[in-house]
Design a protein around this ligand. Sequence first.
Ligand code: GSH
Length: 267
Amino acid sequence: MLTLYSFGPGANSLKPMATLYEKGLEFKPHFIDPAKFEQHSDWFKKINPRGQVPALEHDGRVITESTVICEYLEDVFPDAGTSLRPADPYWRAQMRVWTKWVDEYFCWCVSTIGWAFGIKKIAQAMSDEEFEAHLKNVPIPEQQVKWRRARNGFPQEMLDEEFRKVGVVLCCQSQEFLAAAWQVDRDRLAAFAPGLDLDRVCAGLDFVEGVCVGDERGGEAASRPLTQRFGFLKAPKSTVLQPGPVHGGLTSDPQVQLDRLLSHFVG
Ligand SMILES: N[C@@H](CCC(=O)N[C@@H](CS)C(=O)NCC(=O)O)C(=O)O
């Protein structure tokens, strides 16, 4: 008997839910209501002491961690429905690189944005006393911090960092260097945001490159001196393509540094 405790088909809960459906496995969905903080109730913390969903109960034993649950289902039911793990060890390794990236980076970013805009309403609806009483039931310290931030506001630099990075601009005034490097993985971006107009994103990045090198792609802004061009690029925008925070640093070779930053943050 399989029971999936979840918030429904969203975020981390979606991973095991999709796996169960893809494999055609019969299971009992048990909805945990976040608006009632059911995940922090004593009965649920007996199932997952971390007070988080998803959790899978299989014949009386509990498995937690969304990706681990997916692997568990594949281990226990290898022949059910579609096999979701490649047989070739190379492709299996690629699958694990992908799931590791989703667990360690992508879901963390999505979660911060979700908490900043969604959970905020729940956290702010409580009185100070209710909120402090509720916080005592949250078992993991970093989740307590998240609840506080949802109520009081996340630092803007943190929110800025959570957006998907598609490019880097590097400015080194002493070397008259201003350049952009970008990379758009169309399949990956389309998976995150199916409605996103990728051609417009690429056109926007091409414009940024034009402003950096000062050619016709950058329009009027491209004719300005280097510091003004950089000032224009780093100014806050309300478009899909937004500049992140500016970080200072030292380098003797800006081009090498630009390539390094691109592969570290984007590629
Ligand atoms: N690493 C865990 C993360 C689980 C997680 O963050 N769950 C969220 C929902 S997506 C949750 O239960 N949040 C409620 C809370 O922490 O109060 C996993 O992949 O299962």
